[in-house]
Design a protein around this ligand. Structure first.
Ligand code: PHE
Length: 447
């Protein structure tokens, strides 16, 4: 990233698209819906929304602000800004844990990206048409029980990521995001419309928005916060790296608001599309990571034009997964490029092969290696939980604490374009509310 650090986003729109391309992905549709289902519904959703607003927004702004000031890759940026402000170089640890998180997340992300690819093909071949809930579930379990199938799709997905990252093609992607994102939104709306025809829409809405607070526990709150970090691509240095391309004139708070609203709308629509189908077919919301793969094909199998809509949906989902996966591989590649004498292509290959290998361990968790490997989790769940609940929150916490406590208050306030009231609000949120929130949730969730 350092080598490119003087390049800038061609326009604010392009930047929003790139940030949204990273943020909107499997996290919004696959992960959000299965977490909601697993965690009992509305209580999770509401805590998640609070986390996004009170913690996600200020951390997103902080990561961009750090990136824009440092103009380097996250590790060097942190080291340099810390030195400039008379602080220890150890702040660079934030960058390092971010790279580690990106590496670990991509390994299991690619496995799910592979599922999405496989379902794209399944839609074309008509595998889902006319199937009932049992048939669709059987297809999904069949895929999970075959390490070979999972490996094939995981490998194809990683290969696509490698090709894109190795060629450094981001320009074309930005143009693609511009058309794909609205298309995805429209398709989600169509699915929500379908949900309304199932007769179980009200039940789904109440599941998602009418909380049963007794379902709330430290673990649920921690999961909701983890989801907020995951879905906004926070705590990984990714947004920091993006910020280094950002022009001085860009309004960070306003832009963060736009990206967050877009990201949240996609997630909520996903829930509103999926849960009516769950209830209409007597499926369990707590289905786990397979939730969208056993519900959406049911809808596509029974609606008019379902084959083509299903194809489009899984294609767009795969695309959204790819834009996020690219943003995950990028920091790992840069890290290798800058720390070793490797050039871009070998650095990409080596990082991707390591990610791919770890992904194999993750995909075996669904079949031959489904027993716990540590803390009662199998490899897949361990990777997912360790990153979203521990690494991301801690790294994000570091970023906001650095901005709030180490940088000069007046200059930050000026940079964010805040007057005195806004400045005070920012000061209180970034110094106390967000960090204390993260720490409480973190400690509460772990004990
Ligand atoms: N935010 C992406 C999603 O919701 C996943 C992701 C996480 C991408 C972290 C980059 C970094 O799918």
């Amino acid at each position: 990233m350092a080598k490119l650090s003087h390049a800038q986003w061609s326009s604010k729109m392009t930047f929003i698209l790139a940030a949204a391309g990273s943020a909107v992905g499997l996290g919004n549709i696959w992960r959000f819906s299965y977490m909601v289902g697993d965690s009992g519904g509305a209580a999770f959703v509401l805590v998640y929304l609070a986390c996004v607003a009170l913690v996600g927004l200020p951390i997103l702004v902080s990561e961009w602000l750090i990136g824009r000031r440092g103009q380097k890759n996250p590790i060097n940026t942190m080291a340099e800004l810390a030195t400039q402000h008379g602080k220890s170089k150890a702040w660079a640890a934030i960058g390092i844990s971010g790279v580690l998180a990106a590496f670990l997340i991509l390994s299991f992300y690619s496995v799910i990206g592979g599922w999405s690819l496989s379902y794209t093909l399944g839609s074309v071949t008509g595998a889902f048409s006319g199937q009932d809930a049992d048939g669709i579930s059987a297809l999904f379990t069949g895929m999970l029980s075959s390490p070979g199938t999972l490996l094939l799709w995981h490998s194809i997905f990683m290969l696509l990521v490698i090709v894109i990252v190795a060629r450094g093609v981001t320009k074309g992607l930005e143009a693609a995001v511009r058309t794909m994102m609205p298309a995805l939104l429209i398709l989600m709306l169509v699915l929500v419309g379908y949900g309304m025809t199932t007769g179980h829409f009200g039940e789904a809405m109440s599941f998602m928005f009418n909380p049963d607070w007794s379902a709330l526990s430290g673990g649920v709150v921690l999961a909701a916060m983890g989801q907020a970090f995951f879905t906004l691509s926070l705590g990984m240095g990714i947004m920091m790296a993006y910020g280094s391309y950002l022009g001085q004139e860009v309004d960070l708070i306003g832009t963060a608001r736009t990206v967050i609203i877009l990201d949240t709308v996609v997630a909520l629509l996903a829930g509103m599309a999926i849960f009516p189908i769950v209830f209409a077919n007597g499926l369990s919301p707590g289905e786990g990571p397979g939730l969208i793969f056993v519900t959406l094909p049911l809808a596509f199998g029974s609606m008019t034009g379902g084959t083509i809509l299903g194809l489009m949906f899984f294609l767009l989902l795969t695309f959204a997964a790819l834009t996020s996966a690219i943003s995950l591989l990028e920091p790992v590649v840069e890290f290798l490029e800058e720390r070793t004498s490797l050039t871009r292509v070998p650095a990409t290959l080596i990082s991707a092969i390591l990610v791919w290998l770890l992904g194999i361990a993750a995909l075996l968790s669904f079949n031959v290696w489904d027993g716990p490997v540590a803390f009662g989790f199998n490899t897949f769940d361990l990777l997912d939980n360790f990153t979203s609940k521990i690494l991301l929150p801690l790294t994000g916490l570091g970023a906001i604490v650095f901005v709030a406590w180490c940088l000069d208050r007046a200059s930050v306030q000026r940079e964010l374009g805040l007057g005195s009231t806004g400045g005070t609000l920012w000061h209180i949120t970034s110094r106390y509310i967000a960090p204390i929130g993260v720490i409480c949730v973190f400690v509460g969730g772990l004990i």
